[in-house]
Design a protein around this ligand. Structure first.
Ligand code: F6P
Length: 319
């Protein structure tokens, strides 16, 4: 019988609970013992592990956040911290550790793999900034949250004939901005991956105003700058009325979409299968609708490309 531990680390993402549930239930179905680690790597260092049963993950598939809670651990960045984490895993007899999180979480898992600890990574972050996979758990829900906000802001900015600038999360990755911009019919999407020019934006806004379009939506990725600064610059240069909205952590909450729940369930089961087969130091991804696994070292070396086609399409369709 194998013993599996599961943790969530870094920024939480809707669908993490569905992934925890899948790891726990699939592992129990295969006769494994499962521990939930509270508060990510910090809890691992502190030995905060609880044995899970079928009820531990009952009624969570639809919930945002993570029942295991999450943290960013400074101590885990040190050799002493990681050695302590390894000691705890040994004490609890863990044969495989499943980590659910983003880039920072995976870097932590790579360090543990270097120490010979069998580790599997499940991508859970709203940012969709992991290069090796088409989608991360939580991204689809975050995009839908932004779309809900765009719809509401559209109503009021059209009544007042304003330019609405919506700042979205994503760190240095523009995927949330590009997907929500296209699906929300934004006039402009400004992302870190593409150079932009304030005068060009002002010119396009004035051109569309002259054509009779009285309201515009601009999606600004947080990696570029602040929505209020952009709003001030545009108002000053065009004399159009602008309003800035920062969606912030609203994008990290809420019930996961069907897509994220299915993704999380498939990835959770796959993680357990890999541990059962003694295939570790792997991360799980989705490519062309197929769940796959790859070497964690290779995955972390890949460079993220941005969805250029979608970005261009947004521009074409907004004219
Ligand atoms: O990585 C997820 C994310 O929400 C980013 O989009 C954002 O920049 C960051 O985390 C915010 O971090 P915190 O929750 O620590 O403020």
């Amino acid at each position: 019988m194998k013993t599996i531990a599961v943790l969530t680390s870094g920024g939480d993402a809707p669908g993490m609970n569905a992934a925890i549930r899948a790891v726990a239930r699939y592992a129990m179905h295969k006769g494994c013992k499962v521990y939930g680690v509270n508060r990510g790597y910090r809890g691992l260092i502190e030995g905060d592990l609880e044995e899970m049963n079928l009820l531990s993950v009952c009624d969570i598939i639809h919930r945002g956040g993570t029942i295991l809670r999450s943290a960013r651990s400074e101590e885990f960045m040190t050799v002493e911290g990681r050695n302590q984490a390894a000691t705890v895993l040994k004490i609890f007899g863990v044969d495989g550790l499943v980590v659910i999180g983003g880039d920072g979480t995976f870097r932590g898992a790579r360090e543990l793999s270097n120490m010979g600890i069998p580790t599997i990574g499940i991508p859970g972050t709203i940012d969709n900034d992991l290069a090796y996979t088409d989608y991360t758990i939580g991204f689809d829900t975050a995009v839908n949250t932004v779309l809900d906000a765009i719809g509401k802001l559209r109503d009021t900015s059209s009544s007042h004939e304003r330019v609405s600038i919506i700042e979205v999360m994503g760190r240095n990755c523009g995927d949330i901005a590009v997907f929500s911009g296209l699906a929300g019919g934004a006039e402009k999407v400004i992302i870190p991956e593409i150079d932009w020019n304030i005068d060009e934006i002002c010119k396009d806004l004035l051109k569309s105003k002259n054509k009779g379009k009285m309201q515009s939506i601009i999606i600004l990725s947080e990696g570029v700058g602040k929505a209020q600064d952009l709003a001030d610059q545009i108002s000053e240069k065009t004399r159009m009325e602008c309003r800035a909205t920062v969606l912030g952590h609203i994008q990290r909450g809420g019930s996961p979409t069907g897509f994220d729940r299915v993704l999380a369930s498939k990835m959770g089961a796959k993680a357990v299968q890999l541990i059962m087969e003694d295939k570790t130091s792997r991360v799980i991804g989705i490519k062309d609708n197929n769940i796959f696994d790859m070497d964690i070292y290779e995955a972390l070396e890949m460079e993220k490309t941005f969805p250029e086609g979608l970005y261009e399409l947004t521009d074409i369709l907004s004219n």
